[in-house]
Design a protein around this ligand. Structure first.
Ligand code: ATP
Ligand code: MG
Length: 265
C-alpha cells in the first residue's frame, strides 16, 4: 500500500451550493492506484457532487482536491473516463450513431489537435465488442433502450483507455443479466488492466462483492475503509435501517461468484 500512487485525493473538502445547501463537508479520502472504490449513501447524500468535484465540474467551497497527485487540469482529466448519472446525460437526443459516440470517447486521450486514425477506430470497435454492443454500432443513440444506451456510455468512457474510470450509478435502468455482465467487465478491467474505479451506486451487494474499498457518504464521510469492514451492523447504523446484505442485496441471486473479490492492500 505504502508505495502505491494516489490517483485521487480529497482533503477536507466542502461543497456549498447556492441557497445554503451544504452538499459536502469535511470530506477527506484517498483513492489508490488499482482501487475499486464503492461510494454509497442515500439520495442527496452528495455522491454525484463528490464525483463532480473530482471531474472539475463542481468547484469545492473549501479544501483541496488532487488528481494523479496534481491539481485538476485538462491534461489530468484526459486520463479519466466518466459515466454520468443517467438523469444528467444529454445523450437522449444525440444525432450521432453508437459507433461515432464511442469513437468520440477517444478524443480526450488523443488531445485537441489529434486527428482520429486507425488505432482510434480499432479501439472503438474493440470496446464495442467488449460491451457486447457491436451489432448496435450503426444505430442512433436516441433510438436505443435505456440499458443499451448505458452500455454505450460505458464504452465511450472506456474507449479513451482511462487510468481512472468514474461511474455514477451506471446500471440504473439496466436489466439484471446486463447489470451482471457490465460489472463482470468492470471487475475484469480493474483486475487485469489495473484501471482504478470509483463507482457510486445504491447497490450495496455490488459494492460488497466487487470493491476493495468503500465509502459511505451522508453530507460527511461517515465510513471509509476496506469493504470487508462494511458489515450489516455498520450498514444498518449508517442507513438507520436494518440491512442484511445476504438477504436484501439485489445481486445475491445472480451468479456473481466468478467475480474475484480482491484486495490490493
Ligand atoms: N446544482 C445544484 N444546485 C443546488 N443544489 C444541488 C445541486 N446539485 C445537487 N444539489 C444538492 O446537493 C445535495 C447532494 O446532491 P447529489 O446529487 O450530490 O446527491 P447524490 O448522493 O448523488 O444523490 P442520488 O443518490 O439521488 O443521486 C442534495 O441536497 C441536492 O439537492
Ligand atoms: Mg447522484
Amino acid at each position: 500500500m505504502s508505495d502505491k500512487k494516489i490517483v485521487a485525493s480529497f482533503v477536507d473538502v466542502g461543497v456549498s451550493y447556492g441557497g445554503g445547501v451544504d452538499a459536502l463537508s469535511h470530506v477527506s479520502l484517498d483513492v489508490y492506484e488499482g482501487d475499486f472504490l464503492g461510494v454509497i449513501g442515500p439520495n442527496g447524500a452528495g455522491k454525484t457532487t463528490l464525483l463532480n468535484v473530482l471531474l472539475g465540474l463542481t468547484q469545492p467551497s473549501s479544501g483541496k482536491v488532487s488528481l494523479f497527485e496534481a491539481p485538476i487540469t485538462p491534461k489530468g482529466l484526459r486520463r479519466v473516463g466518466y459515466v454520468p448519472q443517467k438523469t444528467a446525460t444529454a445523450e437522449a437526443n444525440s444525432p450521432f450513431t453508437v459507433y461515432e459516440t464511442v469513437l468520440m470517447g477517444r478524443a480526450p486521450r488523443a488531445g485537441p489537435l489529434h486527428r482520429l486514425g486507425h488505432e482510434d477506430h480499432d479501439k472503438a470497435e474493440e470496446t464495442l465488442r467488449l460491451l457486447g454492443i457491436h451489432d448496435l454500432m450503426k444505430r442512433k443513440i436516441g433510438e436505443l433502450s435505456g440499458g443499451q444506451s448505458q452500455r454505450v456510455l460505458i464504452a465511450k468512457a472506456l474507449a479513451g483507455e482511462p487510468d481512472l474510470l468514474v461511474l455514477d450509478e451506471p446500471t440504473s435502468g439496466v436489466d439484471s443479466p446486463s447489470r451482471i455482465e457490465i460489472y463482470r467487465i468492470l471487475s475484469e478491467l480493474n483486475r487485469d488492466r489495473g484501471i482504478t474505479m470509483i463507482l457510486s451506486t445504491h447497490d450495496i451487494g455490488v459494492v460488497k462483492r466487487l470493491t476493495n474499498r468503500a465509502a459511505f457518504l451522508h453530507g460527511t464521510l461517515q465510513f471509509q475503509g476496506p469493504t470487508s469492514e462494511l458489515n450489516d451492523q455498520v450498514l444498518s447504523k449508517m442507513y438507520d435501517y436494518p440491512i442484511e446484505v445476504t438477504e436484501d442485496c439485489q445481486v445475491c441471486d445472480y451468479p456473481l461468484e466468478h467475480l474475484t473479490h480482491h484486495d490490493h492492500t
